[in-house]
Design a protein around this ligand. Structure first.
Ligand code: AHG
Ligand code: MN
Ligand code: MN
Length: 368
């Protein structure tokens, strides 16, 4: 038995008593919640609040586009679109543009970076610059769009650290623990936005009739050990032996724990969101072909790591805490083990200890 790793408990996620009960005459909108949170910081200027509200607007715009994704071909043939000269765009390119245009003019940002753009996205010279940088994955899991499977948006906000008004690469390449806010939107059976500014992780559900995100999951807490394992098994032959051992442990194949249930959507946001609420682990290990895995540190792993830690979970690359990694490149990749704290701890022990012992047999002795 792995020392210190208890068997998973069937702890319910967000307790039902934690879920806000709106009444017919009183709801907590995301705007109201953001303003209430801002009051906790007497020195706050309102810039971060404005930025979060702009992001919520962008999320609603993207949600609209995602909802009609299956109609793209039909709508693309209408006269209206022809007259306006619009062409159908790939949804991830569209989502990228929506976010940039919703955020570039408000005077809150000094620069942005996106999965869809190779370098820093400057604020246009005719707009004022602010003190924050935004890094984002406009549409996560975009290969799932055509088959009507949930996709998402992920974002990270850091404070500008260089002098001058324009954002620079040094501003972007900050450790995840420097984030001042992070969040994701899941476009699923409902649209949800989950974010943190370091005072818990809070979830909002879009009420389509009001066009507003309403507080539905305040203070999300993730179970310490989870039910679900999310990993793409097709890389099995590419994994190093210590990763294979770890996956055998999660599956209960080594007899040291009850097996986890496998769930893999292929949209990080969707897999992460389910595990955050239900407990479990998302793993995208390095493999022989992709030595640093696939997922991007700055706008996939780091923001979700900030959220999961705020919810009582953990995130590691197998060697160190995701939030402690010093980035060196904008589009840097990282192996990722994220979710319930005990399950991430197992990865850290079986992969981290393995590295220091530099022997697979040493891992086996830990795991067996
Ligand atoms: P993106 O659509 O932003 O490029 O991200 C796709 C990512 C992530 O959402 C998902 O978890 C992972 O790719 C799936 O990769 P595999 O197909 O290799 O499992
Ligand atoms: Mn992605
Ligand atoms: Mn993407």
């Amino acid at each position: 038995m792995l020392a210190g790793i208890p068997r998973p408990a069937s702890v319910p996620v967000t307790r039902i008593s934690d879920v806000v009960k709106h009444t017919a005459t009183s709801v907590v909108t995301i705007e109201r919640f953001i303003i209430e949170q801002e009051k906790l910081h007497p020195a706050a200027t309102g810039e971060l609040s404005g930025l979060l509200y702009d992001l919520a607007l962008a999320a609603k715009m993207i949600a609209n586009k995602v909802r009609s994704a299956g109609l793209a071909d039909i709508l693309g043939a209408t006269d209206l679109e022809n007259v306006q000269g619009e062409r159908q765009q790939k949804l991830d390119v569209l989502a990228n543009e929506i976010i940039i245009k919703a955020l570039d003019h408000g005077g809150r940002l000094c620069a942005m970076a996106s999965e869809e753009e190779p370098g820093i996205i400057d604020i246009p010279p005719n707009f004022p610059c602010g003190k924050y940088c935004l890094l984002f994955d406009p549409l996560d899991g975009s290969s799932n769009i055509d088959v009507n499977v949930p996709v998402g948006t992920i974002f990270s906000v850091v404070r500008k650290i260089t002098p001058g008004s324009r954002g620079e690469m040094e501003d972007m390449l900050q450790r995840g623990r420097q984030q001042v806010a992070a969040g994701y939107v899941i476009y699923g059976s409902s649209t949800m936005l989950v974010y943190t500014t370091g005072q818990g992780a809070h979830g909002f559900t879009l009420d389509p009739s009001l066009g507003e995100f309403l507080l539905s999951h305040p203070n999300i807490r993730t179970p310490d050990a989870g039910r679900y394992l999310s990993v793409n098994d097709s890389y099995y032959t590419q994994w190093e032996p210590n990763v294979k051992n770890l996956m055998s442990y999660y599956r209960g194949q080594d007899g040291n724990r009850q097996p986890m249930s496998t769930r893999y959507v292929g949209s990080l946001v969707a897999d992460f969101h389910r595990n955050l609420l239900g407990g479990g682990l998302f793993a995208y290990p390095a493999n022989r072909r992709n030595k640093r895995g696939k997922l991007r540190l700055l706008y996939e792993a780091s923001p979700l790591a900030f959220i999961v830690e705020q919810a009582g979970g953990a995130a590691s690359d197998g060697q160190q805490r995701i939030l402690d990694i010093q980035p060196t490149e904008l589009h840097q990749r990282t192996p990722l083990f994220i979710g319930s704290a005990n399950d991430v701890d197992a990865a850290r022990k079986m992969l981290g200890d393995a590295k220091s012992a530099s022997s697979v047999s040493a891992v086996g002795s830990v795991g067996a």
